[in-house]
Write a protein that binds this ligand. Sequence first.
Ligand code: ATP
Length: 459
Amino acid sequence: MEKVTMDKLTNFCKQYGFIFQGSEIYGGLANTWDYGPLGTELKNNIKKAWWKKFVEEQINVYGLDSAILMNPDVWVASGHVASFSDPLIDCKHCKARHRADKLVEEFTNGKETGDGWSNEKLEEFIKQNNITCPKCGKSDFTPIRKFNLLFETKMGVTEDNKNKIYLRGETAQGIFVNFSNVQRSMRAKIPFGIGQIGKAFRNEITPGNFIFRQREFEQMELEFFLNPSEEEKWFDYWRKYCMDFLKSLGLKEENLRYRDHKKEELVFYSNATTDIEYNYSHGWGELWGIADRTDYDLGTHIKHSNADLTYLDPMTNEKYIPYVVEPSVGVDRLFLALITDAYKEETLKDGSTREVMSLHPFLAPYKIAVLPLVKKHHSQKALETYHTLSKELMCTYDETGNIGKRYRRQDVAGTPYCITIDDETLNHNTVTIRDRDTMEQITLNLDEVANYVKEKMKF
Ligand code: ATP
């Protein structure tokens, strides 16, 4: 099937209340997005799914919700102040700004990513291959400059540099600085993990592709602390676990792939890194980064803060700095992958067409739509049903238009089940339940509906 274009998806999201342009009535603010009623539900369900599989169902993973604003020394220690930067290159001809590594990646169709390359190596490659500006087609670039991605802001009332702080560039540092707090308060034993979901901010040079690359986005990060002797075992475990999670949410296998980083691409402290990539409308791109970060993060915080972040194994009396494996995924990028995968335009037997969002029932904004067949006769019972069912599941109610039109509205919202309240319901307490994907209907007792749908939500 043909892939849905980004323009189509953007318009679809706006029309049906998934995602709106940020600050739209003021002319917008470039590359900011507001999640609408359906988008908010879907996004919350993505986060619930991750939390369930990465925190709740793990016997040794604990949750955290750390502050966005942190002591600026955290970002000095982590290396972000010195080197959290992208290679910025300007086209001298049309003044367009680019990321030099992305020019290389696009030119080689992803064979080279430019990750870990020096500025000199990038400049040389661009020159030798005569890579041109994607905007004007000329090959006349400025030298590369490093551009730091941290957002700066000021805390408190005096406006001098003493009060300079940063919006966090990733949620992970909030986890590392709380390593001992969590370990001690939960009496956690290695191996154990700390998971967190939250906003991150990066002053990206080239935001775009809808919600794929934004300056304000959300991350779901797990830092899994382990004995250095087990690094390979746990890296392989989480690498596979993340892929299985994506498939269990219904993402098509052919749209997912691993990209293992080559040795020369690895940051100096990482022993292994794999990206899980998704085949977005604009091409393959990183969805999830899984990295073996060794003892770099805890080690650097020990050096800069003098805190004791070592671990004493109570069984062996061995004292060491734990290694960490980090699976880190963006909520928005997963959202984009899921809607790209779920969107379908179908021609039905009668020649009419329909748009459908075939989202997994766990993720769907509404689980059940309650539809009275004839408003005059059935709306009272339907409203009663809505109020009963919505105590257990997110439901919606629609009594306007013919039943066919109402089904279509639920198809675009991704609602997996519609129940119709009719005379049979009034007389025998039964309803017809319609499946979004097959459009088939079966009859159920009203009391069975919630459990029927809950069963389908399992993943
Ligand atoms: P990229 O190479 O695309 O810039 P990255 O390697 O810098 O991404 P990480 O630092 O590994 O990304 O961040 C972990 C995850 O956070 C990414 O896999 C992605 O899902 C998400 N993410 C990173 N940057 C952004 C962004 N600007 N907008 C939306 N999501 C992002």
